[in-house]
Structure formats: C-alpha cells, structure tokens
Design a protein around this ligand. Sequence first.
Ligand SMILES: NC(=O)c1ccc[n+]([C@@H]2O[C@H](COP(=O)([O-])OP(=O)(O)OC[C@H]3O[C@@H](n4cnc5c(N)ncnc54)[C@H](O)[C@@H]3O)[C@@H](O)[C@H]2O)c1
Ligand SMILES: CCCCC/C=C\C=C\[C@H](O)C/C=C\C/C=C\CCCC(=O)O
Length: 191
Amino acid sequence: MIIQDKVAFVTGGAQGIGRAICEALLKKGAKVIIADIDAAKGTSTTSELATEYADNVTFIECDVTNQESVEDTLGKAKDTYGRLDIISNNAGAMMENDPIGTINLNLCGVIRVAAVAMSYMRADKGGSGGIIINTASLTGVKPSYNCPAYCASKSGVIGFTRSFAMNPDFDLHKVRMNCLCPGHLQWLMYS
Ligand SMILES: NC(=O)c1ccc[n+]([C@@H]2O[C@H](COP(=O)([O-])OP(=O)(O)OC[C@H]3O[C@@H](n4cnc5c(N)ncnc54)[C@H](O)[C@@H]3O)[C@@H](O)[C@H]2O)c1
Ligand SMILES: CCCCC/C=C\C=C\[C@H](O)C/C=C\C/C=C\CCCC(=O)O
C-alpha cells in the first residue's frame, strides 16, 4: 500500500508500540488519528508529534472497551480527514488480576473496532477498502502459564485475524487484515 496521504487510526497510540506505529506512518506521509483512553498522554504525544507533522496528527479520546466510544471516535476520525484507510488495532494490556477485562480489552476491543471501521472502509459500502492490522503477541502462539488470560486474548486475536482474512468477501469489501506478533519489548521506554 502507498502510505502517502492515507488516513490511519491507531488505538493505544499515545505511547509504546502504538506511538512508534504513529511515527512510522507520519514519516511516510499518512494522516494519523491517535485514539487512546489516556487523554493526558494522548494530548502530549500529539503535541510533540505536531511540531514536525502539524495538522497531520490528531488526538481523539477513545475507550475500545466501550461500543459507544468506538462508534463516536471512528465517526469523528472519518470527519477529521474525510476517509479511513488503515486501522492499527493496537490498544491492549496484561491484567491477569482481571481476566474478563483482559479479554474485553485485548480481544473484544479488536473485534469492536474492526466491525465499526468496516462500515466506513468497505469498498462496496462507499469506502475505499484498506487494511486492518491487529497487534497480537508471541504469547498468542506460545502459551505461558504466567498469563493465561493474556495468552487467550492474543490467541483469539490471531484466530479472528486468520478467519477474517480468508473470507472470500474480500473481493467485495477490499479490506485486508493482518496481525503482528511481537516478542517481549521494553514497553516502559516512553514512560
Ligand atoms: N510491550 C510488549 O512487550 C508487547 C509485546 C507483544 C505485544 N504487545 C501488545 O502491543 C500492544 C501495545 O503494547 P505496549 O507495550 O505499547 O503497551 P503500552 O501500555 O505502552 O501502551 C498501550 C496503550 O493502550 C492504551 N489503552 C489501554 N486501554 C485502552 C482502552 N480501553 N482504549 C484505548 N486505549 C487504551 C494505553 O493508554 C496506552 O497508551 C498491546 O496490545 C500489547 O498487548 C506488547
Ligand atoms: C502495560 C501493558 C502493555 C502490555 C505489554 C505487557 C506485556 C507484553 C507482553 C508481550 O505480549 C509478551 C510477548 C512475548 C513474551 C515472550 C515469550 C512468552 C513465553 C514466556 C515463557 O514461556 O515463559
């Protein structure tokens, strides 16, 4: 895909891997919406990036565990730059003390954002097609007894991605889906 002038929506883009994704996309000429639950961090990150990328980066507060918030944010994102081409479904956390919350954030959040984004991106419904990239994890393919709920959520993301991607309806909607499976990173490097 040619990134120049495409519009990207990055969940969990305020810091860490999401911020790195935002920076990489901006460097290649995309317009980027940072969608994050952390309004303070999202605003400060956006201000920092705007010194180089000006109006090409915008922050919108978003909670991917909340359907209304996801609908509202994606609607505002479409209104801001007029289209949606790239979704980085990246927001996530490891919270083994809250296993159901972990599934709701890491797996249901990905499915929720993808479903709403599809309503804007589908080529057969007025969109231009595009790509949805989900951030899974190495733990989605390699189980770890330390974090069973996290592993389950990331295995689910991989299963969702593989199933979506093999759907023959691609010829109609023109939206590809992939996922990333990073290994362990220093996620506190921005804090
Ligand atoms: N750091 C690693 O080693 C590593 C490895 C593999 C995969 N991952 C995955 O990569 C993704 C990013 O991880 P990271 O290390 O950059 O984490 P991070 O904690 O640095 O950043 C996560 C971001 O997501 C946001 N977020 C949390 N809950 C949210 C919600 N409900 N709605 C919207 N935004 C929300 C946070 O505010 C934060 O800005 C996660 O899905 C994580 O599971 C991380
Ligand atoms: C602040 C929360 C953000 C989420 C990041 C926290 C943890 C991230 C975890 C990664 O997804 C872990 C990825 C790979 C780990 C490597 C190997 C797993 C197996 C380890 C083992 O067998 O002991």
